[in-house]
Design a protein around this ligand. Structure first.
Ligand code: ATP
Ligand code: MG
Length: 199
């Protein structure tokens, strides 16, 4: 499951667990993106996003986090990740889990056809995004649709909540909230501990 995970939230975790159960997957590997080329806003450092992903997934024996994308220089392209995973575990039956919004960009991805050859693409339902567009793009056949309990949570909203001092509890794991506060990751006033300001 690829993503920016800035920060990881319950929508990601519910989607991953539902995919594991419904598709009978042995393992779900979270792949925090190095430098997301599709995001214009500045993202939190890869190392902080990686650590939050580890904190959020540590208790689930079927979840793991890969450094594949963050250790590679340059922008993140899904095709390179899939090639890397395929050569690491050639016999694995790879599934690439995305939400309904990410799958809709599928045709804008570099080498979309090769991506579809290397993995089964799984599109999780997500509030506010319409999977019917898949039909129009002619990729409905190649994509497996996964029904997940609707959680209208996004990292963008979580970051805004941090910035405005609004509650994020029950939207992100407790450990992730504490880690983000400790390092002042989404503190727009810039007075987090990591920045050396007064607390
Ligand atoms: P941002 O608002 O910064 O874009 P995000 O919440 O969309 O963050 P990403 O890291 O961009 O999170 O998403 C990683 C993957 O998880 C994408 O494939 C996305 O579609 C999927 N996803 C994110 N949130 C949900 C959700 N609430 N339900 C289903 N899928 C989701
Ligand atoms: Mg997103």
């Amino acid at each position: 499951m690829g993503g920016t995970f800035d920060p990881i939230h319950l929508g990601h975790l519910v989607t991953a667990e539902q995919a594991r159960a419904d598709l009978d997957l042995d393992e779900v590997v979270f792949l925090p993106a190095g430098q997301p080329w599709q995001k214009e806003e500045k993202t939190t450092s890869a190392e902080h996003r990686y650590l939050m992903t580890v904190l959020a997934t540590a208790a689930n024996p079927a979840f793991s986090v890969s450094r594949l994308e963050i250790d590679r220089d340059g922008p993140t392209y899904t095709i390179q990740t899939l090639r890397g995973l395929h050569s690491a575990v050639p016999d694995a039956d790879l599934h690439f889990i995305t939400g309904a919004d990410a799958i809709l960009n599928i045709l804008t991805w570099k080498d979309a056809d090769e991506c579809l050859d290397l993995a089964v693409f799984v599109a999780a339902t997500r509030p506010g995004y319409d999977l019917e567009k898949l039909e129009a793009q002619g990729v409905r056949e190649q994509v497996r649709v996964l029904d997940v309990p609707a959680l209208a949570i996004s990292s963008t909203d979580v970051r805004e909540r941090f910035g405005k001092g609004r509650a994020v509890r029950y939207l992100i794991p407790r450990e992730v909230e504490e880690f983000a506060r400790k390092h002042g990751l989404y503190d727009t006033k810039g007075n987090g501990l990591a920045l050396g300001g007064a607390v």
